[in-house]
Design a protein around this ligand. Structure first.
Ligand SMILES: C[S@@+](CC[C@H](N)C(=O)[O-])C[C@H]1O[C@@H](n2cnc3c(N)ncnc32)[C@H](O)[C@@H]1O
Length: 436
């Protein structure tokens, strides 16, 4: 079971300015791993203690360790000396009233009804990665800009293969990449795909994927997930147990709306691809809903001279999707929840203001139906993937931490273009059931 994570995603203008910067990463993995762990631990300690002066002892310890091994790896130096790569404690500022784990807001984790977690472990994820990289390399759509990149493709494949559903439903197909991923996970099971434009339309312009064992509600047959008669569809597919179905949402709709629709239809297993961080994205997400003062690391301060404002301003310079305090709260604003106090829906074609009380109630409702909440961690740290988009301080520990270049290479991840790692937005798997 991994920790939860955070952040933002895909822009057509995504760049990889980190190219070449970390090319000398050490190959002696056991050493780099150890150093980076020590360095990260010391760095976290610093963040917890606060003022720089008080960190002198920790820094000295860090310098001795790093200096003794320095010539071996630039990754370590980055982790130790550049706080921008730290993944926890970065926004820590108890004095400011910001949660002590602001940088790793645990979102809905731990708010499930029975405290249930997923069965898989980090080891399972690593094994899965080893298997998935060669599969991903055979994908028919090599350039899936505006669609899923590597991290989420892996997450969807892994979760689906683990759950082994009898039926897979996707909402939002685009050119069909996610349909292809579902097919790789379950070669013989039926898929239902809902999307306004049929993926076959894209075939005229270039690569697309149309599946032979998929029922498409697309083009002139398009149906929105919320308008489907799911009881009849289940009957037609001989599905008696709705827990044997997985629903994959990548349609940029308000996730609370989708959650309620799925609950009404009796479904249990849902994956939301774009689980946007507070202040970002084009639809209200579970991550936004669970960003609450009463949740560890949740809630925000809109004061322009707060520690949070200062740290956000700094990180914004480095990570394309990081938001500063003005973007979070609006100019002279106080409404930080959702996106500046609004719930966005349908690719932000609809945008409704909500009060904090409503936002709070939404969180209470989500908690009352949640059995499991699991955010996919990023596949690897930014010094390995060269991603420049999401802020690692707003994400959980990656499956492969910075410094594990040897393993990153052995898994075949160096063969992939850096651009495929630029689309991480905290994909989330949730299990739901009606409130008691
Ligand atoms: C980000 S793309 C999906 C990417 C795709 N899953 C992939 O992996 O490449 C979003 C898709 O949602 C579709 N969409 C828009 N409104 C929708 C709705 N109400 N229901 C289902 N799909 C919708 C869009 O037409 C678009 O194809």
């Amino acid at each position: 079971m991994q920790e939860t994570g955070l952040s933002a995603r895909r822009s057509p203008a995504a760049t990889d300015t980190g190219e070449g910067f970390f090319d000398d990463a050490a190959t002696d993995e056991s050493k780099t791993r150890k150093q980076s762990t020590l360095a990260a631990r010391a760095a976290r300690q610093c963040a917890r203690i606060g003022p720089a002066g008080q960190c002198a002892a920790v820094s000295l310890f860090l310098v001795i360790i790093v200096a003794s091994l320095a010539s071996r790896s630039r990754d370590i130096v980055c982790v130790g000396s550049d706080p921008l790569y730290r993944t926890t404690g970065l926004f820590s500022s108890p004095a400011d009233g910001v949660g002590s784990d602001f940088g790793s807001q645990s979102a809905c984790l731990g708010r499930s009804k029975h405290g249930k977690t997923v069965e898989w472990t980090s080891k399972d994820l690593l094994k899965g990665l080893e298997e998935f990289v060669p599969i991903y390399e055979t994908r028919p759509i090599k350039n899936n800009m505006y669609g899923m990149g590597f991290d989420h493709s892996f997450g969807l494949w892994f979760i689906t293969r683990w759950l082994k559903p009898d039926l897979m439903i996707e909402s939002g197909a685009f050119k069909g990449h996610s349909t292809w991923v579902l097919r790789q996970a379950m070669p013989d099971k039926p898929i239902i795909s809902l999307s306004p434009r049929h993926p076959e339309k894209y075939l005229k312009k270039g690569p697309a994927y149309v599946d032979g064992n998929c029922t498409y509600y697309a083009g002139k047959d398009f149906m929105d997930f919320g308008s489907m008669d799911w009881a009849s569809v289940m009957k037609r597919h001989g599905i008696k147990d709705p827990s044997r179905v997985i629903i994959f949402f990548d349609d940029h709709q308000n996730e609370l709306k989708r959650l309620k629709q799925a609950l009404k239809a009796g479904f249990h297993n849902l994956v939301f691809e774009d689980n946007y961080d507070t202040g970002t994205g084009d639809h209200y997400s579970l991550r936004q809903i669970c960003d609450q003062f009463y949740i560890r690391g949740g809630g925000h301060s809109c004061f322009g001279d707060s520690d949070e404002a200062r740290i956000r301003a700094k990180r914004k310079k480095f990570w394309e999707k990081a938001v500063d305090i003005e973007e979070l709260c609006g100019k002279d604003g106080e409404a930080w929840w959702g996106v500046r106090g609004h719930t966005r829906d349908d690719f932000n074609h609809s945008n409704k203001a909500i009060s904090y009380a409503e936002h709070f109630q939404n969180s209470r409702f989500v908690e009352s139906v949640l059995d499991v909440y699991w955010e996919l961690p990023p596949v690897a740290g930014p010094s390995l993937t060269h991603q420049t988009r999401y802020d690692p301080a707003r994400a959980s520990e990656p499956i492969l931490e910075d410094g594990r270049y040897g393993l990153f290479q052995r898994l075949g991840l160096t063969r992939l273009e850096a651009s495929v790692f630029n689309g991480y937005t905290q994909m989330v798997y949730v299990q739901i059931s009606p409130p008691k």
